[in-house]
Design a binder for this molecule. Structure first.
Ligand code: FA5
Length: 326
């Protein structure tokens, strides 16, 4: 049997040489067992000897456990300082990936379209999504019995107020309050009672354009929209087809030739026309002196064409897996 003091020294030395906590623990257990087994000698000793051996064993156990704690502490401290050294050295390593937001494709397309119109001399104005009946309908020459006013087409709020059904309501506001000539666009959200499907939503986005000046002709309107389409889509065929809007005369639907997977389709992107003389008159503008052109384009449709998106509802759901693709 080894001398107890020697056992303690040996154990402490061995524990100090270890670098891992589990190795130190193993040494501690081995030596504690060995020290405890010295108690087997008790039976051959007289009472004074027993007392001496008992206190030596207790002292040895305490010394081993104390040293064990010290070694553990020092290993932990070393690990922490190594870790912080490693972190300070690794400042040039790529940082952990943090999920970041992306601009919604609708917003990106809207900004791009605004940019194109700005280069054509248009400035941007804001309207209001909650509109009066008169701005949305009456002042746009949409009479009381017009189907567009139907309860089933419009979200009425109360009596005279509603959620605008098109950005053309901004025309009424601008013509009444702005000095002439006028050259503005108004991007914004509009609302219609629709049965949502892949190309129709009940909340969608439009960009309205209004130009009022002397000597404006329908050919200016065609040229302006054809130029916009060329800038936005590149070389593309633009088609103007007669249409009807109560606030413009003549009126047209604007469509572009879109190459689908199987064949070429015409996709309607907006409506346009020459501002109706009644509308100018109601805004206090002399229709004999001033002429106006106006257009309203669907931003969601532009976005679908730009990114080949087959279902408009994807644009409105805001799912991150969808948005991350752009
Ligand atoms: C209008 O809203 C007229 N205010 C446009 C206008 C302005 C005509 C100025 C003349 C002068 P329309 O309802 O066709 O017209 O809508 C215009 C465009 O908005 C459509 O060509 C289409 O691109 C888009 N749009 C219309 N309804 C929806 C819908 N439910 N979901 C998504 N986009 C739509």
């Amino acid at each position: 049997m080894k001398d107890i003091k020697k056992l303690v020294d040996e154990c402490c030395e061995l524990m100090s040489s270890k670098k891992e906590i589990n190795e130190v623990s193993r040494v501690r257990s081995r030596y504690l067992d060995e020290v405890t087994s010295s108690l087997k000698l008790m039976k051959d000793l007289d009472s004074a000897g027993k007392k001496k051996l008992g206190s030596e064993v207790n002292f040895a156990k305490k010394a081993i456990l104390k040293h064990y704690q010290d070694v553990l502490e020092s290993i932990k401290n070393k690990k922490t300082s190594n870790l912080s050294k490693m972190h300070s050295k690794s400042k040039f390593l790529p940082a952990a990936k943090v999920a970041s937001g992306k601009m919604h494709p609708l917003e990106r397309v809207k900004r791009e379209a605004i940019g194109i119109f700005k280069t054509m001399g248009f400035s941007v104005v804001d309207g209001s999504e909650i509109e009066s009946e008169s701005n949305n309908f009456s002042l746009l020459n949409i009479p009381k019995d017009h189907p567009a006013r139907d309860e089933t087409d419009t979200f009425w709020i109360s009596g005279d107020s509603l959620l605008r059904t098109h950005t053309s309501s901004v025309q009424s506001r601008i013509m009444q309050s702005n000095d002439l000539p006028i050259r503005v666009i108004c991007p914004g959200r509009v609302y219609r009672r629709e049965n949502d499907d892949s190309t129709h939503a009940s909340v969608f986005h439009q960009i309205e354009g209004l130009l009022v000046d002397e000597d404006i002709k329908f050919s200016d309107l065609k040229g302006l929209l054809a130029e916009f389409c060329k800038e936005f889509f590149g070389e593309v065929t633009v088609r103007f087809r007669p249409d009807y809007f109560p606030f413009t005369e003549p009126s047209a639907e604007v469509a572009i030739a879109y190459k689908g997977k199987k064949n070429e389709n015409w996709i309607e992107i907006g409506g346009c026309g020459m501002v109706h003389p009644n509308v100018l008159q109601m805004a206090g503008i002399d229709p004999l002196k001033w002429k106006g052109l106006a257009f309203g384009m669907g931003v969601d449709r532009l976005t679908m064409l730009r990114h080949d998106i087959r279902d408009i509802r994807l644009l409105l759901e805001g799912g991150s897996r969808f948005i991350e693709q752009f």
